[in-house]
Design a protein around this ligand. Structure first.
Ligand SMILES: Cc1cc2nc3c(=O)[nH]c(=O)nc-3n(C[C@H](O)[C@H](O)[C@H](O)COP(=O)(O)OP(=O)(O)OC[C@H]3O[C@@H](n4cnc5c(N)ncnc54)[C@H](O)[C@@H]3O)c2cc1C
Length: 391
């Protein structure tokens, strides 16, 4: 009989220690500074690249370490939990898993050309899917890629595209066959990995609630020429290729949310031990203890779901329900821990120097992106419970 093993392997534990050691060089003041000035955390990105961590999921033949989503989840959780939160995690998220469509569907020439610079941290990339007029209904996106001989010409608009201010490349989904000429709305979309040529792409930063160090942008694409060699896989099958990467991305976002929640819980707990009011530490009151204990339990439970989903993915077992549940539970548990951390600090929780207000602002991101709670609940209702599709 096979036992269920909940422990990280020795290798995974050593990975966590090594990543944690790098993160320790970037303390709270560093992240608070980036939250204030909005500068991309280049030094942090470079430090992880220097020790080879950015290529964790890229095959060894193309400059990476060829590890699984489980190892990537350990790494991303560690980064967020160090206090780097989503400022740190989102700065490298795209390097870690973003080029999976190239790994799975790219040809040999593309893999040789596209993967090593991302694994080495020499290039940055962004992922351009969301559009202002389509929202979560990806099949309705309107950006067009028209074939002209040996190239495509892309025109359209994207929104919320993270790291586009610093990216050299973009992975972009565009329509190559008009919606009314496609057999299904999800057909006729194609995927390209190409240079973000700013002569043809205007990138306009969105002023947003949190994670100022990692930009999110509107993109206006006007006549961007893309050589046919930059199309990933077959024309018209881009949606299918993107779908393949959705589950592992949800697993990683879940791991990041748990890391952030743990950072908040750590700060709240240590504050509760030190702050004395009415002649005793506030943490001696059950009114302070119980919400913190609840947060710990919810983060632990969500973490089990994250690693169950990661294990399923790495073992080739369908992981849609677990990956969606993991992202949802982790995002909500992370958010609750951040909110509880502020309330534990009382007024000080509202001051930037105690860091938890920054965490709370960042904890909204995994709730919204890459998919909202409502759409996850719709997925579980339909695909797991067999209820009629509601949208
Ligand atoms: C900080 C940040 C970074 C991001 N980075 C990127 C990125 O790098 N690349 C990228 O492509 N995108 C990115 N996104 C976009 C993100 O993935 C989308 O915002 C998200 O998918 C939601 O889409 P929307 O904002 O268009 O919401 P909408 O589709 O407009 O939905 C609005 C609300 O209505 C609800 N809703 C819609 N339809 C239904 C229904 N049928 N039933 C119930 N509720 C429904 C939704 O759940 C949501 O709450 C980012 C977003 C943020 C906030």
């Amino acid at each position: 009989m096979t036992a269920i093993d909940f422990a990280l392997s020795e290798f995974q534990q050593s990975l966590r220690l090594a990543v944690d050691k790098i993160c320790a060089r970037f303390g709270d003041d560093y992240w608070l500074g980036r939250d204030r000035d909005g500068k991309f955390p280049e030094e942090f990105h470079r430090a992880l690249a220097a020790d080879g961590w950015l290529g964790v999921c890229i095959p060894e033949t193309h400059g990476g370490s060829g590890l699984g989503i489980t190892e990537a989840a350990v790494m991303m959780e560690t980064i967020a939990a160090s206090g780097a939160g989503f400022s740190g995690a989102s700065a490298v998220h795209m390097n870690i898993f973003g080029l999976n469509p190239v790994v799975v569907y790219g040809n040999d020439e593309q893999k040789r050309r596209m993967l090593p610079p991302i694994a080495a941290g020499e290039e940055k990339a962004c992922f351009a899917v969301t559009e202002p007029n389509a929202g979560l209904e990806t099949a309705k996106l309107q950006t067009r890629a028209e074939r002209r001989g040996d190239r495509y010409v892309i025109n359209g608009a994207k929104i919320w595209i993270s790291t586009a201010q610093v990216a050299d490349k973009m992975l972009i989904l565009a329509r190559t066959t008009p919606l009314d000429a496609s057999r299904k709305p999800t057909e006729g979309l194609s995927l390209f990995y190409t240079a973000l040529d700013r002569r043809f792409v205007e990138v306009r930063e969105i002023e947003k609630m949190g994670r100022k160090a990692v930009d999110s942008n509107q993109m206006f694409i006007d006549g961007l020429e893309v050589p046919i060699e930059d199309r990933i896989g077959e024309e018209g099958r881009g949606f299918e290729y993107i779908l393949h990467g959705l589950n592992p991305e949800r697993i990683l976002v879940g791991a990041e949310a748990i890391g952030l929640g743990r950072a908040a819980l750590r700060r709240a707990t240590s504050y509760a031990k030190e702050r004395v009011v009415f002649g005793r530490p506030i943490g001696q009151n059950q009114g302070i203890q119980h919400p913190l204990a609840e947060c710990w339990m919810e983060l632990e439970a969500a973490d089990l779901m994250v690693f169950k989903a990661a294990w399923q993915y790495d073992n080739g077992i369908p992981c849609g329900p677990a990956a969606n549940a993991a992202k949802h539970l982790a995002a909500e548990a992370g958010f609750k821990a951040c909110q509880t951390a502020i309330m534990t600090h009382g007024g000080y929780g509202y001051a930037k120097e105690y860091h938890v207000e920054r965490y709370l602002r960042e904890s909204m991101i995994p709730r919204i992106a890459p998919v909202t709670p409502q759409l996850i609940l719709c997925f579980i209702a339909e695909k797991v419970l067999g209820l009629p599709k509601s949208y």
